[in-house]
Design a protein. Structure first.
Lengths: 336, 322, 348
């Protein structure tokens, strides 16, 4: 459905060019949910924004291509691209209030979106809007159609946004932190809804989030990002149960769980490098317990590792780097 | 943290050589933005030149236009770039009905305009900031009272307000004092008509800063309100105030000129730019165009360059636009 | 540093109640301005952010308040440190009545205030952007120990920075030069400056990434062990709360639904809301499994439901739940639960 090939996003600044995304490639199949996970500054939202061309200037796509249903969309002129948003690519953002116009009723916004993309009469569109609201689980949709966004609670608002994103029946949806602003109990409702609807419609979803828990229960596959690069991608249970990249391993181990209680959490020392100071070679090497000379000099590409793919020299098919034995034992004990 | 890890762990950490304050300033975003905008550079230069000319007027001007003994009535209405046939004085921008050198009058006049402008801005800024801080920090009835007064005042155009204040103050003073205290009355009138925007900006910023966690942290320690206000909040709300102040300077200069033009500002014996324009307009259609044109141009250029600077400063300092 | 004595002191006095909160309440007036109210004929609106919360914290332990947005947990934290005044109720710190702390500032309150400190959620707003880090960390010292000379103070600030994992030379830098996690370390250093006994931590890691969260949580645990600190820990994240706490209080709409020892709460929650919260936690263990989806959302706290505030979402609610506010009742297993169903034995 969606293919991203060697995507590179640059931000020229007066202190030099910052590379915000570097050689990012992935595919999403119809009906599949790809979770894109990473910490702040990893470039996960940037990936979504690059696909739908909402990069803040002076950021721009410097290399690579984006294909939707086999057609290149990254080189389309702006006037051909804008109609794609909504019609072929739906968007769901963290704050529902930014996606909804506070001055128009929910019904009007739905009708307008539907009619902009689908050949329907006012009446048909209103019927369709009603159906959508019912589908996303808004109780008594007939009475809510003429309500304004501020009259809805946070969870209900996000449901409306989902209805809006689905209105034109797009093939692909980008959901950027769709549940981060919501309470846990509501979060579960929204994720279940999103997952069910996309499965029903065969919509592909790119779910961008920092929350591994959200990924674990919603995504089919996970892409882990670090410092603007994709460092591991694979089926969700593989990546979560058996992470291959040392960063993913550390990340998974540093999340406190409710099942087990540890005296100390595993901690990855240091923090993500700033874009202006991404280290040579593997971007994770200064924080990696296994880093060796090669990691500091040569950047690893994604290579098969376990059931997934990881960008780490430990998994080099020709000449795998030896795991540092003194650390390996200790580290494994932390991975749950 | 990342820096620490990348650097080799040495026993005695050495601080990186600290760039001097001047270098840091030259490298800042403000200077960078300044250098890239020719209009702003030009405005800065013009402003500086006009400030300097006003400041050093007594040394630059060929005559002191406020001193009747220096005026040659016989040289009245000498056109620009002309040497008088009677006295041999050269008049760069011509002379007026009193034989006053227009160039000198502009230098001395902008001196008064700038003095009134600066003083009025400082007056308004101090008053507005103090009231805004009080309203934003204490809230309650003080806030309601101050902001209602501000609302009421905003419904009057500021020139009307200044006229009103000007009239009231003059009404209380004996006529003989009017010329002497004109400048102070002007400053108070313009300042009083202008404090509202400072108060509003400061009040808003104060309410934002007050709720921030660093202020709460200071309150948890138990710092007295006075310290929180002056050490934490005031420095953090000064940014918008300075921007409004710069733009306000241009407005105050124009307000002063307007009042003087309307005949309620500086007297003709101590003309500001506005007074010069008022006097000059009498001669506009009788052929002595220079008496009006040059003071008018001076006012236009001064107000425009200060305003451009203010606009630029607002854009640079506004975090939302960056 | 007097770390050793602090530890010994805490060993000797472990178990003694440090903070006692009785029936805390804080109501906010959220009505429109007087004129609008008169014209639109509206009633005064009161938000009962906290309404009758009682708990005690023993020296050296960590009590966590957990709940969804609008449950009043942050308000409780601010009541305890005197950022808000109490509408009702009593607060005692180490036996001293501090109910009116909010009205006391300056020297007269310093004897109490210097014994506790607070860590805030937003690392970007909790440090004065115009101050150097050294000045920020030195602020409590300048106030509580005016006799300390500036060289000693600088030395102490350097120690504190090293202690929280930064470098003494960072004192000369400004907050914007640091990452979120580093700023939170600076906040912690400031809180520690005057060697408090009690720390109130309001969502200290909610704004941080997970790997940084692990660093900060570990640091906080280390500091607790080293100084014998007592924590009141506020969070919405059940896993973080479980990791940090000895006891947990689950809050819902301004009241405590259940207080229990941490392990007890996770193994055997009594209150239907506690059960729901636990069920809603996304779990990494059950990949691909859907969580139990719970219906409904937290109601608007300005118009809370009658009786037990949870009854509209509770599958076990009956007439009594709709009418009568349940009280916290102690159970034999060490927990306290505010639920009619549990009290009547209808629920386990």
């Amino acid at each position: 459905m969606l293919s991203v090939r060697h995507l590179r996003v640059e931000f020229p600044t007066r202190h030099g060019t910052l590379v915000a995304l570097d050689d990012v490639s992935f595919d999403i199949a119809p009906g599949e949910v790809l979770g894109v996970v990473g910490e702040s500054g990893a470039g996960k939202s940037m990936t979504g924004n690059a696909v739908i061309r909402l990069l803040e200037p002076p950021g721009h796509i410097a290399a690579g291509e984006v294909l939707l249903s086999g057609k290149r969309i990254d080189d389309l002129p702006e006037e051909h691209f804008v109609p794609l948003r909504g019609r072929h690519i739906g968007m769901i953002f963290q704050d529902p209030l930014t996606s909804l116009n506070p001055l128009f009723s929910v019904g009007d916004q739905l009708v307008e979106t539907i009619r902009a993309h689908l050949p329907m009469s006012e009446k048909q569109a209103r019927e369709e809007a009603l159906r959508l609201l019912r589908e996303v689980g808004i109780p008594a949709p007939e009475t809510r159609l003429d309500s304004y966004p501020h009259q809805f609670s946070g969870g209900m608002r996000q449901r409306v946004v989902i209805a809006l994103a689905l209105a034109a029946r797009p093939e692909f949806i980008i959901a950027d932190e769709p549940t981060t602003a919501l309470d846990v109990s509501v979060q579960a409702q929204i994720l279940a809804l999103l997952k069910r609807l996309c499965a029903d419609h065969g919509t592909a979803v790119m779910l961008v989030t920092h929350d591994m828990g959200v990924i674990a229960e919603t995504a089919d596959r996970v892409a882990v990002m670090y410092a603007g690069r994709l460092i591991e991608i694979g089926p969700v249970d593989e990546v979560i149960r058996n992470p291959q990249h040392p960063y993913t391993k550390g990340l998974m181990a540093s999340i406190p769980g409710i099942a087990k209680r540890l005296e100390r959490l595993y901690q990855i020392e240091g923090s993500m490098p700033r874009l202006a100071a991404i280290p040579e070679g593997c971007a994770f090497n200064p924080r990696c317990p296994h880093a060796q000379q090669r990691c500091r000099a040569e950047r690893p590409d994604l290579m098969p590792a376990g059931g997934s793919q990881a960008a780490c020299w430990l998994h080099d098919p020709v000449d795998p780097l030896p795991l540092r034995q003194d650390l390996a034992g200790e580290e494994v004990s932390h991975v749950r | 943290m990342s820096q620490q890890n990348q650097a080799p762990q040495s026993a005695a950490p050495v601080a990186p050589p600290k760039p001097s304050k001047w270098r840091t300033f030259l490298d800042s975003d403000i200077v960078y933005s300044w250098k890239r905008q020719p209009v702003v550079i030009l405005a800065t230069l013009v402003t500086l030149i006009m400030f300097a000319a006003a400041l050093f007027a007594p040394w630059i001007a060929p005559q002191n236009p406020f001193d009747p003994r220096q005026l040659e009535l016989i040289d009245a209405f000498t056109p620009p770039m002309t040497t008088s046939d009677f006295t041999g004085n050269f008049y760069l921008l011509g002379s007026d009905s009193q034989g006053r050198d227009v160039f000198s009058a502009i230098l001395y006049g902008s001196r008064i305009s700038l003095l009134v402008g600066f003083a009025a801005v400082i007056f308004a800024l101090v008053m507005g900031t103090a009231l805004g801080l009080l309203a934003g920090f204490r809230g309650g009835w003080r806030d309601a009272l101050i902001m209602r007064i501000a609302d009421v005042q905003l419904t009057f155009p500021s020139i009307l307000m200044a006229l009103l204040i000007f009239g009231v103050i003059r009404g209380f003073l004996p006529r003989s004092l009017h010329a002497e205290v004109a400048i102070i009355v002007l400053i108070i009138a313009i300042g009083l008509s202008d404090w509202v925007q400072y108060a509003r900006a400061v009040r808003g910023a104060t309410m934002v800063e007050k709720s921030k966690e660093y202020v709460q942290a200071a309150r948890v320690i138990g710092l007295p309100a006075r310290k929180i206000l002056f050490q934490h909040i005031l420095p953090n709300v000064m940014r918008p105030v300075l921007v409004i102040g710069t733009i306000g300077l241009a407005l105050a200069i124009i307000a002063e000129a307007t009042l003087s033009f309307l005949g309620v500002g500086m007297p003709a014996t101590q003309p500001s730019l506005g007074t010069l324009i008022r006097v000059g307009q009498d001669y506009m259609f009788s052929g002595e165009w220079w008496i009006l044109l040059f003071p008018g141009l001076a006012l236009l250029i001064l107000a425009l360059s200060v305003n451009l600077l203010g606009d630029w400063l607002r854009d640079v300092l506004n975090p939302k636009l960056r | 540093m007097c770390a050793d004595t602090a530890v010994k002191k805490s060993m000797a006095t472990q178990g003694e109640v440090l903070l006692e909160a009785q029936d805390l309440a804080r109501h906010f007036d959220v009505s429109k301005p007087w004129l609008n109210r008169v014209i639109e004929r509206r009633e005064k609106l009161t938000l009962k952010a906290v309404d009758g919360v009682s708990f005690s914290i023993r020296r050296g332990e960590t009590l966590s308040l957990v709940g969804e947005s609008g449950c009043g947990k942050s308000t409780v934290a601010r009541l305890v440190v005197g950022l808000y005044g109490l509408t009702r109720g009593k607060l005692a710190f180490d036996g001293e009545d501090i109910s009116n702390l909010a009205g006391r500032t300056g020297r007269q309150a310093a004897s109490v205030r210097k014994r506790f400190q607070m860590i805030f959620q937003d690392p970007y707003a909790s440090l004065n952007p115009l101050w150097r880090v050294g000045t920020i960390i030195g602020e409590p010292l300048r106030f509580f120990r005016p006799e300390m000379n500036s060289a000693d103070r600088r030395r102490r600030v350097g120690e504190l920075l090293e202690h929280v994992g930064l470098s003494a030379m960072d004192a000369n830098r400004y907050p914007h030069e640091f990452s979120g996690g580093q700023r939170q370390r600076i906040s912690i250093a400031r809180a520690l400056a005057n060697e408090p006994e009690f720390m109130i931590c309001d969502e200290p890691t909610s704004a941080l990434d997970v790997s940084v969260q692990a660093q900060i949580l570990n640091l906080m645990r280390d500091l607790q062990d080293e100084y014998g600190l007592t924590y009141l820990f506020i969070s919405h994240d059940m896993a973080v709360v479980k990791h940090m706490s000895d006891r947990i209080a689950v809050m819902y709409l301004g009241r405590i639904a259940e207080i229990a020892p941490a392990d007890q709460l996770f193994e055997n929650p009594h209150h239907p809301y506690s059960k729901m919260l636990l069920a809603a936690v996304p779990s990494l263990e059950g990949v691909g499994k859907e969580r139990t989806v719970i219906q409904g959302e937290v109601p608007n706290p300005v118009h809370p439901p009658t009786g037990c505030a949870f009854h509209p979402r509770c599958p076990h609610a009956n007439e009594r739940c709709k009418a009568e506010v349940p009280r916290l009742i102690a159970r034999s297993d060490g927990s306290e639960v505010a639920c009619h169903g549990v009290e009547e034995g209808r629920l386990p």
